[in-house]
Write a protein that binds this ligand. Structure first.
Ligand code: PAF
Length: 277
């Protein structure tokens, strides 16, 4: 496994890789969710590149950029075990030099849900992901379903800008108690971890309603809200039942529909989702 820290070095090692190249962009502090992406990339490609870069432009001024968990040594040990070929770990100034002034912005699908709650977030995500795609030149890039809106936005960017790669979606990896794996779970104390299972309970309820024939989106939202309000540590940001491609809220549920939610447990904001098909 080679660790490269500059864009020039990444482009040079890229020339030596056997095609096709699988790419997993991450912000580090790796968990089983990330490793599922790396394993899929490993299974489908002779060459695997993983990036570790905590992207400052996707964090709002009051968000957790400064305290976002970091453990590069542990990350590298995990990636070595998964037989990663290249780890790209650029510094902030390499990605955003002082004269940097270009942004990639996807409209419409970025305006609701996470986009509404976190202004500027997706502009940061699409800009860094476009830069990483340009630097790494992958054949396929792997993203987790956990960040459902991010996937919709990145697929739209790739289609709209005719980027020459395939986006592969990997199902959400969950802890034994149902919680979606996330680097931000590290912020939770044991009592909050227990409270955080309310997100999974809510999306499981939505899934059950759907399987029993429930097609009324507002009824589904209200049932999920009622369930989550019973958890005193949870404060709901949004509950959405939307078209899985356009992210427009639905009245009547037509598959595929994305049921997604954002909930704060203490100061930690968590998201989760399920696709109704
Ligand atoms: O999903 C993430 O970890 C980040 O948003 C990504 C795609 C690595 C861009 O910084």
């Amino acid at each position: 496994m080679k660790v490269v820290e500059t864009i020039g070095a990444m482009k040079r090692v890229r020339l030596e890789l056997t095609e096709p190249v699988g790419f997993v962009p991450t912000m580090g502090y790796l968990h089983e969710g990330h490793l599922a992406l790396v394993r899929q990339a490993r299974a489908e490609n002779p060459s695997v590149v993983v990036s570790i870069f905590i992207n400052p432009t996707q964090f709002g001024p009051k968000e957790d950029f400064d305290k976002y968990p970091r453990d590069p040594e542990h990350d590298l040990a995990l990636l070595e075990k998964e037989k990663t070929d290249i780890v790209f770990m650029p510094s902030e100034v390499k990605i955003y030099p002082p004269q940097f002034s270009s942004w990639v912005e996807v409209r419409k699908v970025t305006e609701r849900l996470e986009g509404a709650s976190r202004p500027g977030h997706f502009r940061g995500v699409t800009t860094v992901v476009a830069k990483l795609f340009n630097i790494v030149q992958p054949t396929k890039a792997y993203f987790g379903q956990k960040d459902a809106q991010q996937l919709v936005v990145i697929k739209k960017m790739v289609a709209d800008l005719n980027m020459n790669l395939e986006i592969v979606t990997i199902p959400t990896v969950r802890e034994p108690n149902g919680m979606a794996m996330s680097s931000r779970n590290a912020y939770l104390n044991p009592e909050q971890r227990q409270a955080a299972t309310v997100l999974y309970k809510a999306i499981s309820l939505a899934q059950r309603l759907w399987l029993r024939g429930g097609r009324d989106a507002e009824h589904m939202r209200q049932e999920m809200i009622t369930l989550m309000k019973k958890e005193p540590l949870a404060s709901i940001d949004y509950v959405s039942v939307a078209d899985a491609k356009t992210l427009d809220e639905l009245d009547t549920i037509n598959p595929p529909a994305l049921v997604s939610l954002a909930v704060k447990i203490g100061k930690t904001r968590l998201i989760d989702n399920v696709v109704l098909e």
